[in-house]
Design a protein around this ligand. Structure first.
Ligand code: PLP
Length: 310
């Protein structure tokens, strides 16, 4: 199913309240800073419904919320109250689960926090319309598409694209917000479109000085013998919850795991490579810049099971 129930939970941080409505009827104020400045943060979590009982499991719920808090701190946003966001996510899950026919057992929920209204907005007028002036949050569901399921099984071809900064720049330039999961994704979206225009399925960002970073919405993991390696988040990328789940599973299975500075050649010469993220889970990389990689189906199955277990 590519369409999903349209439940929407709105979070008013000032009032400490969560109200549920529907995406079609939601009125998001155009003076909100998230809209014109991308001044907000978000997370997307994968939710699985247990077939027998219908019980919902939010995968990697803790690491997602920890990163949400960290992103808030990097943007000087108020620390998001856990209980309000949990209530919002639970309300969305309950509404979606009630509308599913039992054949669909997974979907994702996106939750977000905006800085709130721009300084030129009239807070009194907005308040009388029920809109909080300051930080506000929301949560809504997104279906897992058949295209995403096909990629998990069959893999993707990727092209490398220059991210435009040197590796580790974020350490000396915190205002760039490298490593925060902000709502400013126009560059990431553009890179994804550029990759498709080049005949590939996905992009892989590389730093100006040749260090592999991440995809526009994913992390890269490679296998080298009995070791899994991934780019160091400090090099200038988002520290992925899925990559962390993969490393935890691999460690338990006796593999070596390591954060490392990787080049494009390291990826091409790897024994296998995957793009990993919450909703795509693990997608095998079939080709990098036209060069074929090994498709290691057994390892892909192991990654899928470690991610499902998180
Ligand atoms: N890197 C970027 C830029 C992303 O947007 C995402 C997720 O959307 C990831 C990495 C993977 O993060 P996670 O595994 O927590 O979904």
């Amino acid at each position: 199913m590519d369409r999903m129930q349209t439940a929407l939970a709105l979070i008013d941080l000032d009032a400490g309240s969560v109200t549920t409505t529907h995406l079609e009827s939601a009125q998001f104020p155009v003076e909100d800073l998230a809209i014109h400045r991308g001044e907000g943060i978000f997370e997307t979590v994968l939710v699985s419904l247990e077939a027998a009982t219908g019980a919902a499991h939010v995968h990697s719920a803790e690491p997602h919320f920890a990163r949400f808090r960290q992103s808030a701190a990097m943007l000087d946003l108020p620390s998001p109250p856990r209980e309000l966001f949990d209530a919002a996510v639970s309300a969305v899950i309950a509404e979606v689960a009630a509308g599913l026919d039992g054949t669909d057992t997974e979907f994702s929920v996106r939750y977000a926090l905006s800085r709130g209204l721009d300084s030129h907005a009239d807070p009194t007028a907005h308040r009388s319309a029920g809109t909080p002036r300051s930080a506000r949050g929301w949560a809504f569901p997104i279906a897992v598409t058949n295209g995403q399921r096909a990629q998990r099984a069959h893999g993707v071809r990727i092209v490398t694209l220059n991210r435009g900064y040197d590796a580790y720049l974020g350490e000396s330039a915190p205002w760039l917000l490298i490593g925060a999961k902000t709502l400013s994704y126009a560059v990431n979206q553009s890179a994804a479109r550029h990759a498709i225009s080049q005949g590939a399925d996905e992009a892989l960002f590389v730093s100006n000085d040749g260090i592999v970073l991440e995809g526009p919405t994913s992390n890269l993991v490679i296998r080298r013998g009995n070791a899994l390696l991934t780019p160091d988040p400090r090099a200038g990328l988002l520290h992925g919850t899925t990559q962390q789940a993969v490393f935890a599973g691999a460690t338990t299975a006796g593999m070596t795991v390591r954060y490392a500075d990787l080049t494009i050649d390291d990826v091409v010469e790897a024994d296998a490579a995957w793009l990993v993220s919450s909703v795509r889970t693990a997608v095998p990389v079939l080709e990098v810049d036209g060069k074929a990689l090994v498709h290691d189906a057994d390892s892909t199955a192991r990654l899928h099971s470690w991610i499902r277990a998180a």
